[in-house]
Design a protein around this ligand. Structure first.
Ligand SMILES: Cc1ncc(COP(=O)(O)O)c(C=O)c1O
Length: 411
């Protein structure tokens, strides 16, 4: 009876965020025992267990003026933030992308706000968004809030490469059924698997979307690049996959999701952006119209301190140089940990999904009781459909050999 207090559409809502809950359990056990391994947290940590803070961010944070902290942030963002974000995301290809596309940057409450807004505005009610079968589970929450559903294709082929064939089949089928197609790819450094699609994969994806767009079906490509700055590749080549965008059909809208949480370790500030791109001006005008409205209608505006700090880094050569230097250090931490995990897994004969960078490594498993088996050994990971996710971002190198031994025992 009392459940009628909520609107009908909200009756079945129940947050089952196993990620946050498991992290809490891990923390509680850590307070009691000192052999606990917590591989749940998707925030970059130092070996000593403290969060990786960028010193340039830290210094700016403590020297912001009142206006840079307390005032409302502009809905469309400051020029330093919005233009800076665009240039950062597309890097050395930024001018080329500007030459070929109309675009707009809409600041959002983290990458989460950007995905949520995009799901909401670019799908019809009940429509399905296509994404790989391994995905960051909050996408389900964003979808439910938007009144839409998710449909998956197989992420991997038999050789553990990106499964272009299954992507093609499912995309074509969904486009035929719905007469609309919205695709979400979290790349590079996929959460949870660590997959990085190749430039050729991207060319294939764009080719398939172009064919669909030619049939007068509206096509929206969402690329969630939350972990783009943590690839194993050099920063300079990490943006080359965007060159595939140059071939996008003019009828397609691409929405790139930027996360200030990951790039700047500003997890608590809730800052990110939706970058809309199309070769057709009218499409970008629609992106701006609905995007601006939803920012105001859903969260009003974003974190002013977050925008101030990022805007300053993007518009000052010295801050930028310092940030880029620190980012090399952050990437090295992940590279060392990821490399050690991969080597140790090989040594101990533990099969893992190919790790190509980012915060996570995944291992396929048939063990339905894997989570509890590992907790009994004081190990916390995130269990997902058919696999477990290990956050190398928060591991400690000295724990890795023992972790691999325990995983091997129960997988
Ligand atoms: C794949 C992926 N996309 C987007 C986000 C969004 O993060 P935020 O909202 O903190 O920017 C996350 C955060 O964990 C993520 O893992």
């Amino acid at each position: 009876m009392h459940s009628q207090i909520v609107g009908r559409h909200a009756e079945s809502k129940k947050l089952q965020s196993n990620i946050l809950q498991i992290s809490q359990e891990a923390k509680a056990m850590k307070a009691k025992y000192d052999d606990v391994i917590d591989a749940t947290v998707g925030m970059l940590h130092h070996e000593e267990g403290n969060v990786f803070k960028y010193q340039v961010v830290e210094n700016l944070l403590h020297h912001l003026s009142d206006a840079e902290i307390y005032h409302y942030a502009p809905v469309r963002g400051t020029k330093a933030y919005s233009e800076g974000t665009f240039d950062w995301v597309f890097g050395k290809h930024s001018e080329l992308i500007k030459k070929h596309f109309h675009y707009s940057v809409i600041p959002t409450t983290g990458g989460s706000g950007a995905i949520s807004n995009t799901f909401y505005n670019f799908n019809d009610s009940g429509q399905k968004v296509l994404l790989p079968n391994h995905y960051w589970t909050p996408y389900e929450n964003f979808a439910f809030e938007a009144g839409i559903k998710l449909e998956t294709f197989l992420m991997y082929d038999d050789d553990n490469n990106f499964n272009v064939a299954d992507f093609r089949d499912k995309a074509v089928r969904l486009a035929n059924e719905q007469k609309r197609l919205c695709v979400l790819l979290n790349d590079p450094c996929n959460n949870p698997t660590g997959l990085c699609m190749t430039n050729e994969d991207w060319r294939e994806v764009v080719g398939i979307l172009n064919q669909i767009a030619k049939t007068e079906v509206p096509v929206i490509l969402i690329q969630d690049i939350a972990y783009i700055d943590y690839q194993e590749k050099e920063a300079d080549v990490s943006r080359d996959a965007f060159l595939a965008y140059l071939d996008l059909d003019p009828a397609i809208l691409a929405v790139v999701i930027f996360s200030g949480s990951k790039t700047f370790s500003l997890y608590g500030f809730r800052i990110g952006a939706q970058i809309g791109l199309s070769k057709t001006k009218e499409i970008v005008d629609h992106f701006i119209r609905v995007g601006d409205y939803s920012v105001r209608g859903r969260f009003s505006s974003v974190s002013q301190p977050g925008m101030s700090i990022i805007g300053k880094i993007f518009s000052d050569k010295n801050y930028m140089a310092q940030f880029q230097g620190e980012l090399v250090e952050a990437r090295q931490i992940l590279k060392d940990r990821g490399g050690l995990f991969v080597a140790e897994a090989k040594k101990q004969g533990l099969a893992i999904l190919p790790y190509l960078g980012g915060f996570f490594i995944s291992i396929e498993t048939q063990n339905k009781n894997i989570f509890q088996d590992l907790v009994n050994e004081h190990v916390f990971v995130i269990p997902m459909e058919g696999l477990i996710r290990i956050a190398v971002s928060s591991l400690n190198r000295k724990d890795i050999p023992r972790l691999v031994t325990i995983l091997k025992k129960h997988i």
